[in-house]
Design a protein around this ligand. Structure first.
Ligand SMILES: Nc1ncnc2c1ncn2[C@@H]1O[C@H](COP(=O)(O)OP(=O)(O)OP(=O)(O)O)[C@@H](O)[C@H]1O
Ligand SMILES: [Mg+2]
Length: 268
């Protein structure tokens, strides 16, 4: 196993490029959403990715999980280079799981929780329990703080916080190495947000997970990240240990972000 679990090198993602001969491409306006981003996530490490809306955080996440194809640059997990979803070996696809912002739209409301987790096991049979599936499902629900009775409920009947716990259970079901959380607590009420954050912190330790934790909220990132990377306009402007970035930010954009977060804190 290599020292670094996730290695992103010189990632560039643009939108609006039309395939075709170069002279036609030159007339199409290209928007570069991510430009030259390199970052590492080590085993058991949580890296917070912050930046204002539109800075390219989700695009980085989507490139890491293979939902968007980069123009150039590489994403490797445990030394294996990742291609797009569908073209990567099942073991690697399983290793990187994503938890999305809106738990309601990322789960099929008509499916029961048991079926949602069952589907994850069907997609990645090596992660499926060899013995009693019901017992394994109940253990998984217990891990994410849900009662066993939730297994029979439909996703549409659950609260936002419960849905996000199910999303996390679905991700954990396939035994990932890295969890990519894209604004995973942003859509939740403040009290539920704190509970889910607590859960993620606990799971990180109990399941030895690495995380790429994306949020526009420095206060939230502060609670979970070992290291913080700061994006602005598609570029990574600063990264370092969380304490350093938050206490002594070097880049003036990070200084402004930290300043704004402190102001919000003293107001509330
Ligand atoms: N599929 C797409 N097609 C065209 N432009 C896109 C696409 N996806 C993202 N963009 C643009 O790329 C830029 C970066 O978007 P991205 O969603 O990565 O930002 P973000 O940092 O996640 O923002 P937010 O905090 O609002 O979630 C934005 O200007 C966005 O409009
Ligand atoms: Mg986003």
């Amino acid at each position: 196993m290599s020292e670094t679990l996730l290695k992103v090198r010189d990632l560039r993602v643009s939108f609006g490029r039309r395939p075709g001969p170069p002279w036609r491409r030159a007339t199409t306006r290209e928007f570069v959403a991510v430009d030259g981003v390199s970052l590492d996530v080590g085993p058991d490490e949580t890296v917070g990715l912050v930046g204002e809306s539109g800075s390219g955080k989700t695009t980085v996440a989507r490139a890491v999980v293979g939902l968007v194809r980069p123009d150039s640059g590489t994403v490797t997990v445990d030394g294996h280079r990742l291609g797009p979803v569908g073209q990567r070996p099942a073991a690697l696809q399983r290793a990187v799981q994503m938890v999305f912002q809106d738990p309601r739209s990322s789960l099929n409301p008509r499916m029961t929780v048991a079926a949602i987790v069952g589907e994850a096991w069907r997609t990645h049979p090596v992660s499926a329990p060899a013995g009693d599936r019901t017992a394994a499902l109940h253990r998984l629900l217990d891990d994410v703080g849900l009662d066993a009775s939730v297994a029979r409920q439909h996703a549409g009947e659950l609260s936002g916080g419960q849905c996000q716990r199910v999303s996390i259970a679905r991700a954990l079901a396939v035994k990932p190495r890295l969890l990519v959380c894209d604004e995973a607590v942003s859509a939740l009420d403040v009290s539920v947000q704190a509970q889910i954050l607590r859960l993620l912190v606990d799971l990180r330790a109990s399941h030895r997970l690495s995380m790429l934790f994306i949020s526009h909220d420095l206060g939230v990132v502060h609670q979970i990240a070992d290291r913080i990377a700061v994006m602005r306009s598609g570029v990574l402007v600063e990264q370092g240990p969380a304490g350093e970035v938050l206490v002594a930010p070097r880049h003036e954009y990070t200084q402004a972000l930290v300043g704004a977060a402190l102001e919000l804190n003293t107001e509330s």
